[in-house]
Design a protein around this ligand. Structure first.
Ligand SMILES: [Zn+2]
Length: 71
């Protein structure tokens, strides 16, 4: 009789480290400004949109190819 002592891997995982898209600093998922580290970075991102960095020329919006998009 082999006692397969399975280690429970799913014991309250610590929140995975995530990098702020703006400054690449680690940010917790619990952060109010997730995925940004701070309101400032969030605003910076909005600023990029406002500046027309992400132009959508009537075509399908470019889908960010992030491997982190599994919510
Ligand atoms: Zn940031």
């Amino acid at each position: 009789m082999s006692a397969s002592n399975k280690t429970a891997k799913d014991t309250a995982k610590p929140s995975m480290p995530f990098s702020c898209p703006m400054c690449k600093r680690a940010v917790q998922r619990a952060n109010d400004d997730f995925p940004f580290c701070s309101p400032r970075c969030r605003t910076m991102d909005l600023g990029q949109w406002a500046a027309g960095d992400y132009r959508i020329a009537g075509e399908s919006a470019p889908i960010p190819d992030d491997s982190e998009s599994h919510f």
